[in-house]
Design a protein around this ligand. Sequence first.
Ligand code: UDP
Length: 362
Amino acid sequence: MKITIVAGARPNFIKIAPIIKAIQKKQSVNNKLSFRLVHTGQHYDKNLSDTFFEELNIPHPNSNLEVKSGSQAQQTAAIMVAFEQELIENPCDLVLVVGDVNSTMACAIVAKKMNLKVTHVEAGIRSGDMTMPEEINRIVTDSITDYFFTTSTWAGENLMKYGAEASNIHFVGNVMIDTLYQNLDRISAPNFWNEFQLEKGNYIILTLHRPSNVDEEHSLIDLLKGIDKMVGDKKVIFPIHPRTKAILGEQKLELKNILMVDPQGYLNFMFLIKNSFAVITDSGGISEETTVLGIPCFTLRTTTERPETITIGTNNLIGISIENLEKVFGEFLQNGPRKAGIPELWDGKASERIIDILLSKK
Ligand code: UDP
């Protein structure tokens, strides 16, 4: 079986790393299994791409489509044109896409139109918010996927509502958590740890990159000022995403507690998360990681496609409201963290299950 694996953006790299490891492990007993890794070039900044390949030992991509930035349509179209050529030159049996970025959707469409089997890892999750480009990517990708791998039974139910056949839906767990477990003993403090006098539990991690939070400069600044005031004597480490940085430009904000740093590599970032007091974020992946690490998470969004991080895990859905953040954060300070657990099958073995199931398909 020849598998073409697609990855385009930071969260994709974290998700493909354990899948590739699982394939490599199987290759020692199955010489008919091979893979080709295609990087679409959607994220090309070293901090969002190369660092993850190096730290997570992901093989150098066989091909880089180098699409870079553009509008939604420009980027999707550029990926489709380049990926079609890639598949013509390098035929395969199956294309595996992960997550919900433009590369996921664009490559799934191209593969399906070339009559290849499409496999979607992290299928079936839904926020219900059609203003998110990711939601459109999820729906389109799942509408043409052959084999669905899910992180929850709820995701499988969503897929069946859209007409997917139960026999093609496989609840396997969470590949992002595979990566977390595989690297927990390698995580390390960033070089600013001593400089900022960070200690376990004396700081908060903040990440913001969703258009709904960062594209409007004034609301972004108000949000940052509100968080800066709310946290009392806690420092806030804010690894700033290039999209967010571009909006803030060079202006100096008068923030007492928030310390802006570059986007962190995976090993430093997970060390920071694991040792933090709490996390404030608009990321989906981070709400999964904090759930497994038992770190309280406050999500600045109105919806989530990962409800189990709230019902089972440590996540709190705040909305985009500093007032509500202050309220819920205040309750947390008063009552302490609530009791939380780890969702079913988030055990570090999802990737191996995926490869075993794919091999049983042929
Ligand atoms: N991440 C990282 N360094 C950072 C910020 C994030 O390594 O400075 C990792 C983290 O593991 C997270 C993943 O990148 O789960 C994806 O984060 P992002 O918020 O970009 O994507 P989303 O999960 O919202 O799609």
